[in-house]
Write a protein that binds this ligand. Structure first.
Ligand code: HEC
Length: 405
């Protein structure tokens, strides 16, 4: 099957669904001179200036809340009442800075926001290498004559009717299920990495023979580096050098008779599907609500983007997850404790496991906890949170996900 489609991007690197344990009722009586409620502030640019900018941030801004290690319980409990106690907003601001910079028009990174965020055409992240350019195509992809020189989305197969994960995908990680939208179209998933990560995958530490893009390379890498993969990290200042960036985007096929394309970031592509087979899935909802400070920041960021009439003002941040040691709340809560918030999924990418705990059949509904299972080809050596090296054994990529012991 080949046909034209117009596709629209649903959120991006920053995936969805913030998980917050239910808030405890606020029992404290308000004193008459109570301070005004705390409102977190958008930090629009990683260099500290107060306008939207094209700098892809390397690191979060100051976050005094991180110093408070005693009794730290993630985002459980009452929302913060001061900037000092607000541990999450620096992460959320970085997520927004990243979203904006990555969605700047690739041809206009030197242009001011009014141009860079409204010009049509490829965005910065769409110039990054695709996964298939590093790991090779699936054994079978449909050849498409490039009459109109459009980007091609390939859904590749193994030649026996099974889809493969090398190219674009329509099956979700962990569950191998599709997400079918209100119009009956399947959601498509695209993965890219920045050049810094691509270099590491091709030749970690400059060693081409240890390339993580082949089985043999990974074997050699494991022999020389028993500690596992260690992707290039970023500088520890907000506008410093970037580290490795992996992007997974989900796209909807828009139907102009039912959808309003002006509400989405869209591109025209050629969709080339090999080994298509369809089963209907139920409609999906986001299971977790957005954390209060994240919602407040969203209003500020969306207003800034909306005032430029940028289509990205229609998008919102659902949550930002980061590694942290969380003390279990009382009563103990079974969610994974190695990240804040403990659970986070993107509703369009991990639709069916949003509320799976660590003992769920497909892995936990937490980016960090699930990606923690990623290994190199021996199934043991750490792949440093990336499932990409697993593509060298595509058939078992998803089968490798194991639940916590
Ligand atoms: C239950 C397990 C699971 C959860 C939860 C999960 N992922 Fe993944 N993710 C995977 C697997 C497996 C792949 C590789 C297969 C694929 O890309 O379809 C993957 C792929 C990715 C990729 C592409 C690069 C790579 O490493 O393969 C990104 C980026 C990504 N996930 C980000 C996230 C983010 C952000 C979240 C949380 C919002 C998340 N993931 C939650 C299992 C998971």
């Amino acid at each position: 099957m080949k046909h034209w489609q117009s596709l629209a991007l649903v959120p991006l690197a920053f995936a969805t669904a913030l998980v917050v344990a239910p808030l405890r009722p606020a029992a404290q009586a308000q004193s008459p001179q109570a301070a005004p409620p705390y409102i977190p502030q958008a930090r629009f640019c990683a260099n500290g200036s107060n306008g939207l900018c094209a700098i892809v941030p390397a690191y979060i801004g100051p976050d005094p809340g991180l110093a408070e290690t005693q009794g730290y319980n993630g985002l459980y409990g009452q929302p913060p009442q001061s900037e000092k106690a607000d541990v999450q907003s620096p992460f959320d601001n970085m997520a927004w800075q990243m979203f904006v910079a990555l969605n700047w028009a690739a041809s206009g990174v030197k242009e001011p926001p009014a141009q860079g965020l409204t010009q049509p055409g490829r965005r910065v992240w769409q110039t990054y290498p695709t996964v298939s350019s590093l790991f090779g195509n699936a054994p079978v992809i449909v050849g498409c004559p490039q009459a109109l020189a459009l980007p091609i989305f390939h859904i590749g197969s193994n030649g026996k009717g099974q889809p493969m994960p090398n190219n674009e995908e329509y099956l979700q990680a962990a569950t191998n299920k599709p997400l079918i939208d209100v119009n009956g179209n399947w959601t498509l998933f695209e993965r890219r990495v920045n050049e810094i990560e691509a270099q590491y995958l091709r030749a970690p530490g400059g060693q081409k023979s240890q390339t993580l893009t082949t089985r043999a390379g990974q074997q050699e890498f494991i022999n020389k580096n028993p500690g596992g993969a260690d992707f290039t990290s970023s500088a520890t200042v907000p506008d410093g050098t970037n580290g490795s960036i992996e992007i997974k985007a989900s796209w909807r096929i828009l139907d102009p008779s039912k959808d309003d394309p002006s509400k989405f970031f869209t591109q025209n592509i050629l969709l080339a599907v090999s080994g298509d087979s369809a089963t209907a899935q139920p409609q999906a909802v986001r299971c977790w609500r957005i954390y209060p400070t994240t919602s407040t920041l969203n209003e500020q960021w969306r207003m800034a983007l909306g005032s430029l009439k940028s289509v990205f003002g229609n998008y919102m941040l659902v949550g930002t997850q980061w590694g942290g040691n969380v003390e279990p709340p009382t009563p103990p809560n079974p969610i994974p404790s190695n990240a804040v918030p403990g659970m986070l999924s993107n509703m369009t990418l991990e639709t069916y496991i949003q509320n799976y705990l660590s003992n769920g059949p497909a892995g936990p509904g937490s980016c960090v906890s699930c990606h923690n299972f990623a290994t190199l080809v021996d199934g043991k050596t750490s792949a440093n949170f990336s499932f990409l090296p697993g593509i060298v054994e595509p058939a078992s990529l998803r089968a490798k996900i194991k639940t916590a012991p």
